[in-house]
Design a protein around this ligand. Structure first.
Ligand code: SAH
Ligand code: F3S
Length: 482
């Protein structure tokens, strides 16, 4: 059995933890999967389960003790998580000691960075695969089984962490749907090379799926009842998908195509970069009612000096200008962003500018993180004279501003009408249905059980009457819109 290590790039990793999984009866194998990190990983985990289900009839289990295959889909965006990968693997090792037939696979960005180091450090790991090779999991699984048959005591493990262009999508089974919302990956990787970020190294450069592939997937999802599509990628507005005639479809044009798919009532996208947030995308907000009035546009910092050091390649004025233009078209637009606090060299003045930007733009919600040094990235070489105590204090001050504005926005919804995609009966309030508003708030409202089938999966208007929690409000059904 040959082992090929295609991309043993950076050394280091990270993660946070979420778990999902699958089951087996008799000869059917069961898979348990632990997913760390971003939405891209959640998407990839679903696809891993799909390919193993399709090729080997494997089923998901949420009970690790009954699983035959354990998969860990890892994240390396921040440092903290890396050791969690190995501590979790340590627990899995004990399971394997009891059940030597257990197959353990590690995928995602830590796998991509660490390559064969994973098996050096954790020799009981059978398969290592990257975000772009998850479709080869069935092959890796077969190779693992083969090795066991041929040389059970001399196993070396199978590794594939290459970046084989965009072929992954050609090997994924038809999307399966639960509910009314679905993510559709439109591109892989990132070519922006922000100085702090590992993504270009772990997921490779930007590669867009051809337009027809994306639309075929959305057609299929819509035919299965999906009403809201979330276009997924590290920088969706860098989309450059090939069309049938060989020309290139940019992101704004893609939005138009998606809006024409029968059944699609709502379009979101995750994530975009200010550098390519072009006027044609802003104009789409005037033309396409399907585009929700919510934009997640990471800015990272309110200081031009820090933005330059981060290699974001735009200034704060450019960002504010884009927001102003959008607000002129969609006055009700809700904004959210990502911020990095305590980037190397961040002065108190830089931080005050970030704080001021958050106050001025009054974000609906935002994600903020203390800068985490990632080996192999340019920022890791920068002198960093800001103490961790200062960084923590800045983060706390910053998050207070963000949380206050999230709270205020939810209170401000009372008395307004929200457009809600109705998704299910509320778990803890069976007399109510719940759904999501444009700004991602969960909205709960009482309903007449006889009307349930008519309401589920519909876009309705709800008059908001009560604040429930920062991310949840309550209201009364006004009308079914579509
Ligand atoms: N493609 C997205 C970001 C993907 S990473 C974009 O254009 O912004 C998600 C978020 O993680 C980033 O927006 C950033 O805020 C954060 N992040 C990335 N690298 C980080 C690091 N080294 N330290 C702290 N936060 C980081
Ligand atoms: Fe990372 Fe910057 Fe790309 S944050 S994902 S390198 S846009």
């Amino acid at each position: 059995m040959s082992v090929t290590v295609f991309n043993p790039r950076i050394n280091d990793a990270a993660l946070d933890s979420t778990v999902s999984a699958q089951v087996n009866t008799g000869a059917i194998k069961k898979v348990f999967i632990a997913t760390q990190g971003c939405q891209m990983n959640v998407y990839d985990s679903d696809k891993m389960l799909d390919v193993l289900g399709d090729s080997h009839g494997m089923q998901v289990t949420h009970d690790i003790d009954e699983a035959d295959v354990l998969l860990m889909n890892t994240c390396s965006i921040r440092e903290k998580a890396q050791e969690k990968v190995f501590s979790e693997l340590g627990r899995w090792r004990k399971l394997k000691e009891k059940r030597p037939d257990l197959v353990i696979g590690v995928g995602g960005c830590v796998a991509s960075q660490e390559g064969d180091n994973i098996q050096k450090r954790a020799p009981y790991v059978d398969m290592v695969f990257g975000p772009q090779t998850l479709h080869r999991l069935p092959e890796l699984y077969d190779q693992t089984s083969e090795q066991r048959d041929i040389a059970p005591k001399n196993r070396i493990g199978t590794i594939d962490i290459s970046f084989p262009s965009i072929e992954k999508f050609d090997f994924l089974p038809e999307p399966r749907v639960e509910g009314y919302k679905a993510f559709v990956s439109i591109m892989e990787g990132c070519s922006k090379y922000c100085s702090f970020c590992v993504v270009p190294y772990t997921r490779g450069e930007e590669l867009s799926r051809p337009l027809d592939d994306v639309l075929a997937e959305i057609d299929s999802l819509a035919a299965q009842g999906v009403r809201e599509i979330n276009l997924l990628g590290q920088n969706v507005n860098g989309y450059r998908g090939e069309k049938d005639d060989g020309s290139i479809c940019r992101f704004a044009e893609l939005l138009h195509y998606v809006s024409h798919v029968d059944g699609v009532e709502r379009i979101r996208y995750t994530t975009s970069h200010p550098l390519e947030f072009t006027d044609d995308i802003i104009d789409a907000y005037a033309q396409l009612p399907e585009l929700v009035s919510h934009l997640h546009l990471p800015v990272q910092s309110g200081s031009n000096a820090i933005l330059a050091a981060m290699k974001r390649n735009h200034t704060i004025d450019v960002y504010i200008n884009q927001i102003n233009k959008l607000q002129a078209i969609r006055p009700d637009i809700h904004l959210s962003s990502d911020f990095i606090i305590g980037f190397p060299g961040e002065t108190d003045e830089d931080f005050q500018q970030t704080l001021q930007l958050a106050k001025d733009l009054n974000f609906d919600h935002s994600y903020s993180f203390i800068y985490s040094k990632r080996p192999g990235t340019p920022a890791a070489e920068l002198p960093d004279d800001v103490s961790f105590t200062t960084k923590k204090a800045r983060l706390a001050e910053f998050q207070k501003v963000i949380i206050d504005s999230t709270l205020q926005k939810s209170h401000d919804m009372v008395g307004t009408t929200a457009r809600v995609l109705v998704e299910q009966v509320a778990n803890r309030h069976p007399d109510c249905l719940i759904g999501t508003a444009d700004n991602t708030r969960t909205v709960m409202f009482p309903y007449n059980p006889e009307q349930m089938d008519e309401l589920l999966g519909k876009i309705v208007s709800v008059r908001i009457t009560d604040f429930v929690s920062p991310h949840m409000v309550k209201g009364e059904l006004e009308a079914i819109l579509s």
